[in-house]
Design a protein around this ligand. Structure first.
Ligand code: ATP
Length: 603
């Protein structure tokens, strides 16, 4: 639960270290740990056999060739060596292929667990979190987590483990056969790894910056694409193109800087590689000239140098890649470490609605420190009472009902339902007890049936159709070729505002919770449809505690009580007639609206 007086705007992302990322990886890897170990052993054995042991046979091969006095006598020995090389190659291939297979097998399993864990955690963040983060960028963060993890395990199996095995194996073999060369190579390795490490560190800053810029590009893309209609209506193509070009340009600038760092470090390493190759050739030729090394050792040294050169040449890229993957994962882990701002308290019990009494005691709330939205509202709503909330736009009506649903935690005061503090009951049970029809319902890009079913998962088709009939959705649903199986488009874009509202009302009818909250639930309907739906809503309201927010005063005229809110405070309350007699804000608004068409439609 957020601490009292804490504003939701104070989202403080936790500091995420490499350990946190590793811990996150470990959680999803743990069930498959033995498979991971087996894959690592396969890659290690495969490398040992093909890169360390096989060249030793080639050394023997060339030594036998160089020292054979009678060629025919050497032939069976040479064939024996080549057969051994063949067997070793076969073992190497089998090990590496098995490693590949295990890698794919484990990754597919772990990726499912990682994405699901991240999704489950992300989706439970507060309403405020989602209003402050772009969907596009969140999507990217979830996807990147698992991609980055795959990249790291690939690097581990295909580069890091083979390099460690080659370096250790080769140094050991050379230590016993050619100690001075072992020393030179060890120094070379240390130099290269050091420059790789330093360059990776240098580049880390750029990697984090480019990852952030990448997220900004996705966010900008999704913001513009989801506002396509507005862009079209305002001919905003030029503005959008300019905005997008700026974001992409910044992204490109950072990429360029990153590549420049790459180029500089690659050049340094290339020079070091050329130097070591020359030094080893020079030394080996000298020792060979003095008869201190055989042709076979010469071949062995070259084979080892070439394979190590390949590994070490790539090492800076590998380290950088791993760093980048960590930077990518960090963005997701940051959100996974960010505590949910609205949480169930320890041992929270489910809410038990007996009568449906709602009590607000001096409730205060603000989205930020400089501006309070709800400024000390106290209200008692009796069981089964129907309360209408009215007030100017921005007065805090929607915020107040969102607080009742605990979409945000209040900063002070109390909200009780049947005497139970809503901050002490489980959020699930609280939201199950309230049917909420929002101002602008957003639908899933799923079928109409699935969207209505959301009100009561597991309801029968008959129940869905009944609810749709009551909400007057059935009429328009049956005109679609696919009827209840019609997909409604992203956010329900293929339906009109009024149709979306009717689907949301059908959901609430199906849910049939003891408390009903309608936030401008019929505002997009024409007067005729509203009158029709009002019948259904009247039936739905029976025996329930109801809060209705509406600007059209005709909608709430029949409520038991009307509460007028302005600037986050209750200005006046009473029945329609009482408020008219009072000649306050309500009476003023009523007379303004009565002069229009509304009076005609209700009287
Ligand atoms: P309307 O009748 O126009 O729907 P309302 O009375 O329901 O208005 P609210 O939606 O509760 O008003 O908004 C109250 C105030 O809180 C407004 O000034 C609004 O700008 C602000 N507000 C609402 N949601 C947020 C948010 N997620 N972050 C910051 N401020 C917000």
């Amino acid at each position: 639960m957020s601490t009292p007086n804490q504003h939701p705007s104070q989202i403080k992302y936790p500091k995420v270290t490499v350990w946190d990322v590793l811990k996150e990886y470990w959680i999803s890897m743990k069930p498959m740990k033995w498979w991971y170990l087996l894959a690592a052993i396969c890659f290690a054995v495969g490398t040992l056999v093909s890169s360390v042991i096989t060249p030793l046979y080639f050394k023997n091969f060339f030594d036998t060739l160089a020292t054979a006095k009678v060629p025919s006598e050497a032939v069976p020995v040479l064939i024996g060596i080549i057969t051994m090389v063949l067997i070793l190659n076969f073992v190497g291939v089998v090990c590496r292929r098995s490693g590949n297979h295990l890698d794919s097998y484990t990754f597919t399993k772990v990726s499912v667990s990682q994405r699901s864990r991240a999704f489950a955690y992300f989706i439970e963040h507060s309403h405020f979190f989602f209003s402050n983060n772009f969907t596009g960028s969140l999507v990217q963060r979830i996807n990147r987590l698992s991609r980055a993890f795959q990249n790291i395990t690939d690097r581990l199996y295909y580069n890091i483990i083979p390099t460690i095995v080659r370096v250790v194996g080769i140094l050991m073999v050379l230590y016993f056969t050619y100690p001075i060369l072992a020393l030179v190579i060890a120094v070379w390795i240390i130099f290269l790894l050091l420059t790789s490490y330093l360059s990776a560190q240098w580049k880390l800053k750029w990697s984090v910056l480019t990852a952030e810029a990448d997220s900004r590009v996705s966010a900008a893309l999704s913001d513009s694409l989801s506002n396509h209609g507005t862009i079209q209506l305002f001919s905003g193509y030029d503005t959008e193109n300019r905005r997008f070009a700026n974001v992409v340009r910044e992204h490109a600038r950072l990429w360029m800087a990153r590549w420049n760092v790459d180029m500089i470090t690659d050049s340094i390493q290339a020079l070091l590689s050329i130097a070591i190759q020359f030094a080893v050739f020079y030394m080996t030729i000298k020792y060979w000239g003095q008869g201190m090394v055989t042709i076979g050792t010469f071949v062995l040294a070259q084979a080892y140098i070439l394979s190590l050169n390949d590994d070490l040449w790539q090492s800076s890229r590998i380290i950088r890649d791993v760093y980048e993957s960590f930077a990518d994962s960090k963005e997701a882990v940051e959100i996974m470490k960010l505590p949910h701002s609205v949480q169930d308290i320890k041992g929270a019990m489910p809410l038990r609605v007996t009568d449906g009494k709602i009590t607000l005691e001096d409730v205060r709330f603000g989205f930020n420190e400089t501006r309070s939205t709800i400024m000390g509202i106290s209200l008692d709503i009796k069981p089964g009472e129907r309360v209408g909330l009215i007030g100017p736009s921005g007065a805090g009506k929607s915020t107040l009902v969102r607080l009742l649903l605990r979409l945000y935690d209040i900063q002070s005061g109390k909200i009780l339902i049947d005497g139970q503090d809503i901050s002490e009951v489980t959020q699930g049970s609280l939201r199950e007890a309230v049917s909420f029809v929002p101002q602008d319902p957003i639908l899933f890009h799923r079928t109409l049936k699935e969207n209505i079913l959301y009100g009561k998962i597991g309801a029968t088709l008959e129940e869905v159709v009944n609810a749709a009939k009551l909400a007057h959705c059935h009429e328009f649903i049956t005109t679609f070729p696919d009827g209840y199986d019609t997909f409604v488009g992203e956010r329900g874009i293929k339906l009109s505002g009024g149709e979306r509202q009717r689907v949301a009302i059908a959901r609430a009818i199906l849910k049939n919770a003891p408390i009903l909250v309608l936030d401008e639930a019929t505002s997009s309907l024409d007067s005729h449809s509203e009158v029709l739906i009002q019948d259904a809503l009247d039936t739905l309201m029976k025996g329930k505690t109801v809060i209705v927010i509406a600007h059209r005063l005709s909608t709430i005229r029949k409520m038991n009580r009307i509460v007028v809110i302005d600037h986050g405070q209750i200005l006046e309350q009473g029945s329609h007639d009482e408020l008219i007699d009072k000649a306050g804000l309500y009476a003023k608004l009523w007379s303004l609206q009565s002069e229009g068409f509304i009076k005609d439609s209700v009287e």
